[in-house]
Ligand binder design. Structure first.
Ligand code: FRU
Length: 516
């Protein structure tokens, strides 16, 4: 069969139905899994990152662990590879690395599209939506009403809930939706709900344009406003989206601080979308922070709308972001699906030079995909080059010190990704202007992207991990102290890694197995 026929038949088998209709028959995950053998081999298809089988995806939603599985819901438009009427797509995993696709979980209805939100396990059945002793999984999301929006009022974004009694396989919307109406804020969305142990009630974080609003509820249905944060704090280059708030222990101490994540678009440090964080305190009602500077979870151009899991088995704080940027997300050169998630990352908090810093680092289970490969370096002008046939599914890892360094990945077509460490300025720079296909949108490569590394150690060496998939690179400095995530579209796989550092111990190179 030709590739096109394969695609057409897979589209027919998947049989997605969109908009305000429920599907006539919910396709089983087994059917979708079978299709993975046909899909997931396309040019640029991520081999070990999550991407939808087909069509458009944006934010991760409803991250929750329940009965042995990590759920990943996501903003999904099953009819096209650009943004459209939003549904919640769904996948599950036991290790956060191997994913099984599930049928679409939530469809738009008369109240609107299903925008971003979260999911919780209502263990004590506070909502009364459980039955037969089964705790419901409850999804809390924003309804965006596309008919009301153009009328110019402030009532088109409200919050709704849905519940599942079979661990996420099928969902019912709550009959009394919306549970939180609104006629005050034009932007009023992206509920993150979690159970607050101390006050034994649910908390909901919402963003309202330029600030965060916090609500509480005894039952996930009746919500009371508590407080707000941020009208005059942090970055405000664009609208605030996708909040999250959670406590973390400061490494090496008993101190606990609260971390608030806020995505903004535009206004990121390298243009377009990015996620900032605030470190502070939460007294069960109000979030406060002394932080004066603006902090970014990830300095790369392609990590947006990231939030963390509820209910993880060992309390780990695990983050997943959408690996794209609204500047060009709808124009990237893929045809079957569009965009992927970042690697799941464990968050940690450290205090360096009197400042709290949020670190993010690939989850431990990712290491199971890595297989070391023996590659001998060759001396070349200015450094050493390592030849390996597939740097598009590989990790390069080494220790280095804070000196001027240059690292490059390149291929026979003369395409290259350049990464520079500037020791004097304490900056990491990524230049993807010649990395492959870049012309689909001017904003993709018009500037060299920069990360500021104020507290990178200068007295001892630190680890660098560079993880490349078919259309992305993730760079983790010093165990996730500073991170850059970027999309890349080389016409052929990179086959060489160049480093300006001559060190026979360096680097370690790993092949990364595909997960599909
Ligand atoms: C963030 C976002 C959210 C919204 C969703 C719509 O990327 O704009 O604020 O809920 O995407 O798809």
């Amino acid at each position: 069969m030709t590739r096109i026929k394969l695609l057409l038949s897979s589209i027919m088998v998947l049989g997605f139905v969109s908009c305000k209709q429920e599907p006539p028959k919910k396709e089983t995950s087994a059917e979708i899994t079978m299709e993975n053998n046909l899909l997931y081999n396309e040019q640029y298809r991520p081999q070990f990152h999550f991407s939808p089988p087909e069509k458009w995806m944006n934010d991760p939603n409803g991250l929750v662990y329940h009965q042995g599985v990590y759920h990943l819901f996501y903003q999904y438009y099953p009819d096209d590879i650009v943004w459209g009427p939003m549904h919640w797509g769904h996948a599950v995993s036991e290790d956060l690395i191997h994913w099984q696709h599930k049928p679409v979980a939530l469809y738009p209805d008369d109240l609107g599209y299903i925008f971003s939100g979260s999911a919780v396990v209502d263990t004590d059945n506070t909502s009364g939506l459980g039955s037969g002793g089964k705790a419901p999984l409850v999804a809390v999301f924003t309804y965006h009403d596309p008919e009301k929006e153009p009328l110019g009022g402030n009532d088109h974004q409200t919050q709704g809930i849905a519940y599942s009694l079979d661990n996420g396989d099928t969902w019912e919307k709550y009959q009394g939706n919306p549970v939180l109406a609104n006629d005050t804020f034009k932007d009023f969305r992206d509920p993150k709900v979690y159970w607050d142990e101390d006050s034994a009630r649910w908390m909901m974080l919402l963003v309202a344009g330029d600030h965060l609003r916090i609500y509480s509820s005894p039952d996930l249905i009746n919500w009371t406003y508590l407080s707000e944060f941020g009208r005059d704090r942090g970055a405000h280059g664009g609208v605030w989206e996708c909040p999250d708030l959670f406590p973390l222990k400061v490494e090496g101490s008993d101190e606990e601080k609260w971390v608030l994540l806020i995505s903004i678009n535009p206004g990121g440090p390298n243009g377009g979308s990015a996620t900032q964080y605030f470190v502070g305190d939460f007294d069960g009602t109000t979030f406060t922070s002394d932080q004066e500077d603006i902090r970014w979870v990830d300095w790369g151009a392609d990590n947006y709308a990231g939030v963390t899991y509820n209910n993880t088995p060992d309390g780990d704080r695990i983050f997943i972001g959408w690996m794209s940027n609204w500047n060009y997300a709808q124009a990237t050169p893929t045809t079957v699906w569009r965009s992927a998630m970042t690697l799941p990352r464990t968050l940690a908090l450290q205090k360096v030079n009197g400042q709290y810093e949020l670190k993010n680092y690939p989850v431990e289970s990712f290491r199971s995909l890595l297989k070391p490969v023996e590659v001998k370096g060759k001396d070349v002008t200015g450094g050493v080059a390592y030849e390996y046939e597939n740097f598009n599914a590989a990790e390069v890892r080494f220790e280095t010190t804070l000196e001027n360094r240059e690292w490059r990945f390149y291929n026979e077509a003369g395409e290259e990704l350049r990464i520079l460490l500037d020791a004097g300025k304490k900056e990491l720079l990524i230049d993807r202007s010649a990395s492959g296909r870049v012309s689909f949108d001017p904003s993709f490569s018009e500037t060299v992207h920069k990360a500021l590394l104020p507290n990178l150690p200068d007295e001892h060496s630190f680890e660098v991990r560079i993880i490349l998939d078919a259309s992305s690179v993730e760079i983790f400095l010093n165990k996730g102290q500073y991170v850059m995530t970027e999309q890349l579209f080389p016409n052929q796989p990179y086959t060489h890694f160049f480093t300006s550092e001559k060190n026979p111990e360096n680097p370690e190179i790993f092949e990364i197995s595909r997960v599909w």
